[in-house]
Design a protein around this ligand. Structure first.
Ligand code: NAP
Length: 200
């Protein structure tokens, strides 16, 4: 009988900043897909993005570590931050398969709006064979699976997460307007943002 493969969730995102919606989504998917571990991978230099309003990779990584520290099946990787240039998902998945073993079953978890654009991602030819994709959406956003790149339709799952009514954009806007962000992010992250004067 062959050994069951290790099921790794790879939570990819800019996490600018990480918030309760991301944490609830990761926990919900860990449970639903019976994953062993969810590895948060903050993007170093997100593709398709200017650098306006993006906190430094080190600050985003630190907030992600603080937010996930108390969960024993969550961990954080700095591989995209350490890699030079743009953060391409294919490179990340290949690197993680090397680190965790080639038989690892990888589930790349990210926002449905990002998955909707997957046909424009870098070097996607073999990506459907390297990982499965979990597109998490906020209430009110419906991703039509038939509208995504046909090569990804069979290996993509759509999951709606009500807690994703919270968004990083909303949090940054609230900070600018000096409105409270209490309970939208973990308390340690809230304190880190104020201490380091982020998103003002
Ligand atoms: P983004 O623009 O920051 O986010 C797009 C949407 O998805 C936003 O609504 C965002 O909400 C949500 N989102 C992002 N990450 C999420 C997560 N892990 N769980 C739940 N919702 C999430 O997207 P991005 O960070 O640029 O891209 C997402 C991931 O796709 C990253 O890992 C990125 O490296 C990868 N990607 C790869 C390529 C490529 O290989 N060429 C191209 C594009 C994206 P919040 O703002 O609230 O997080």
């Amino acid at each position: 009988m062959s050994k069951p493969s290790f099921k790794l969730g790879i939570m990819g995102g800019t996490f600018n900043p990480i918030h309760q919606g991301h944490l609830v989504a990761a926990e919900f998917i860990w449970d639903k897909f019976k994953l062993e571990e969810v590895l948060f991978v903050p993007s170093g230099k997100p593709p398709h993005k200017g650098n306006n309003e993006i906190a430094s990779p080190e600050n985003r990584w630190m907030m992600t570590v603080l937010a996930t520290a108390s969960n024993e099946h969550f961990s954080v990787s700095s591989i995209e931050i350490e890699r030079r240039g743009e953060s391409y998902t294919r490179d990340t998945v290949l690197q993680l398969r090397q680190m965790y073993g080639e038989g690892t079953e990888c589930f790349f978890i990210t926002g449905a709006d990002a998955i909707a654009e997957i046909s424009t991602w870098h070097k996607t030819e073999d990506l459907p064979h390297l990982a499965k994709f979990i597109a998490v959406s906020r209430p009110g956003y419906k991703l039509d699976i038939k509208k995504i790149d046909p090569r990804f339709q069979k290996c993509t799952y759509l999951v709606e997460v009500p807690a994703l009514a919270i968004s990083s954009t909303q949090i940054r806007e609230r900070i600018k307007k000096e409105q409270t962000i209490k309970y939208l992010v973990p308390e340690v992250v809230e304190k880190y943002i104020y201490k380091n004067n982020l998103y003002r």
